[in-house]
Design a protein around this ligand. Structure first.
Ligand SMILES: NC(=O)c1ccc[n+]([C@@H]2O[C@H](COP(=O)([O-])OP(=O)(O)OC[C@H]3O[C@@H](n4cnc5c(N)ncnc54)[C@H](O)[C@@H]3O)[C@@H](O)[C@H]2O)c1
Length: 250
């Protein structure tokens, strides 16, 4: 594997599982120093345990639904490694159900974890990324691009992440910071495996969530994230990029 990120510092949220873990592994394999964050101590510990060069790995168990915690993890990353080059906002939760089944608590929670945390992590990171001419990659979803039944709050947060990405890319371009979002379709992770759609869901609406290519692997999403974060993608900013096996193409 090439070492595009030697000397770079990458903060990855949601690094205890799925796409976040694969992304952490990818940046680590390409030479980065990684600061890994998750609410799940066990999963985070497993990710860290797979990284032998301990001088390049730091981690923190954090609930990112609190804005103060978002600022803290950016500060901890800079305290640990002296700078921040790439912020990967990957932590997220899926809430499913028909509209009548979504409680006020579930609505608030998915907004806090999927959207508010991304905003405050970006807010905390911008002054640091201005120093390194760094970049941000936000994990949106195909649910940001087309309507998806039985997960309305989730889709709303991901559409919010997509617009946050575009607006922030405009605002910080003159400071040399790039901001992009990735929109995966169905990825083979615990989040997708435990998706709990209504038992009597209309099959046509569930079919629309799937690609003829089946599920993506988390490493395939991580490969795209690493490309976008790299210098090869210097001209790429404000992009909201589908990676969904044509799920949303037509
Ligand atoms: N799996 C898919 O099909 C799919 C598709 C499109 C987008 N996504 C997005 O990709 C991202 C990663 O999802 P995944 O499929 O790898 O899921 P996952 O459940 O495997 O990983 C998500 C991680 O986020 C962490 N997390 C949840 N709440 C947190 C909080 N409050 N604070 C800190 N960490 C928290 C979890 O502990 C978990 O380790 C999510 O934003 C998800 O919406 C996933």
């Amino acid at each position: 594997m090439s070492a595009r990120f030697t000397g770079k510092v990458v903060l990855v949220t949601g690094a205890g599982s799925g796409i976040g873990r694969a992304t952490a592994e990818r940046f680590y394999a390409e030479g980065a120093k990684v600061f890994l964050v998750d609410i799940n101590a066990k999963g985070l510990g497993e990710t860290v345990a797979g990284m032998a060069d301990t001088a390049r790995v730091q981690s923190a168990v954090v609930d990112l639904s609190q804005p103060a915690a978002c600022h803290e993890v950016v500060a901890k990353t800079v305290a640990a490694f002296g700078q921040l080059d790439v912020l990967c906002n990957i932590a997220g939760i899926l809430v499913t159900g028909r509209i009548e089944e979504i409680t006020p608590e579930a609505w608030q929670k998915v907004l806090q974890v999927n959207l508010t945390s991304v905003f405050f992590l970006c807010q905390a990171a911008v002054p640091e990324l201005a120093k390194t001419k760094g970049n941000i990659i936000n994990m949106a979803s195909s649910a940001a691009l087309v309507g998806q039944a039985y997960a309305i709050p989730y889709g709303v947060t991901k559409a919010g992440v997509a617009m946050l990405t575009k607006s922030l890319a405009m605002e910080v371009a003159e400071r040399g910071i790039r901001v992009n979002a990735v929109c995966p379709g169905a990825v083979n992770t615990p989040l997708a495996a435990t998706a709990n759609f209504p038992k009597d869901a209309t099959p046509r609406l569930i079919d629309k969530l799937m690609s003829f290519f089946g599920f993506a692997q988390p490493s395939e999403i991580a490969a795209l994230v690493a490309f976008i974060a790299s210098d090869e993608a210097r001209y790429m900013s404000g992009s909201v990029v589908p990676i969904d096996g044509a799920q949303t193409a037509g």
